[in-house]
Write a protein that binds this ligand. Sequence first.
Ligand code: NAI
Length: 256
Amino acid sequence: MDFQGKIAIVTGGAQGIGRATALALAREGAAVVIADRDEAATTALVSGINAWGGRALAVIADVSDEADAARIANETVLTFGGIDLLVNNAGIQQPGTIESTTVQLWQEIIAVNLTGVFLVSRFVMPELRRRGGGAIVNVASVYGLRAEAGWAAYSASKGGVIALTRAMALDGAADGIRVNCVCPGMIDTSLLRANAALLNAQRPDEALRSFARRVPLGRLGTPEEVASVILCLLSPTAGYLTGAVITADGGWEARL
Ligand code: NAI
């Protein structure tokens, strides 16, 4: 896929699915802005991309903060001259039933996972319109489509991202802005490994294997496998897709 000349923002791009997406976009010729709150990981990744001849910019930002969200869009335009593509990927995950979830935890998860998508998109969409159109991919989760006990706030936040994707797709359609959503399943990242450690602190690898056994394809997904779906949705290959919700889960949601 050719992204030469395109300018892309990836939130939560310092590690995991976001990192794989940022690297793939840079490899395909895009200028990439990595917006993440982890300063050390973000600057290291950006230095690496620039060292091999790519074009990357670090914006240290919290997507749930309105001023930071505005800064992500502004610094991108100042440095690269516009915005064509946005991947709203930043997300956090904490377990909790409806009763064990504190109000503070609920607000934190909704703020990052759902309000963060709204805020960054709010500042980026006018820039896409100025360029005559663009594409956005929101990273939700299979937990936004189906529920499991003990993930109340996370499931609600991701269900919200799916609904917001459809609303954004309709709002952007007249201006040539396509908005789609990817729902990953069990992807081997630090987020999933943290879950495994919560489930089995002594033997987190055993917990990871138990996750893999629940996937029809029999294994965890890689961040690169999700990134390739995201790139497809961003590219002209998916030119007739907007408001779509695509699972990348090894068959997990099909089986529920
Ligand atoms: P990860 O924990 O490996 O990476 C998340 C990145 O987002 C980190 O670099 C982190 O610093 C950044 N981040 C977190 N909060 C932020 C904030 N407020 N502002 C800016 N940056 C922030 O996670 P992973 O697994 O790569 O997840 C990426 C997305 O995929 C998330 O939205 C997650 O909910 C979703 N997802 C992941 C699944 C998995 O199995 N790994 C499954 C389903 C969805």
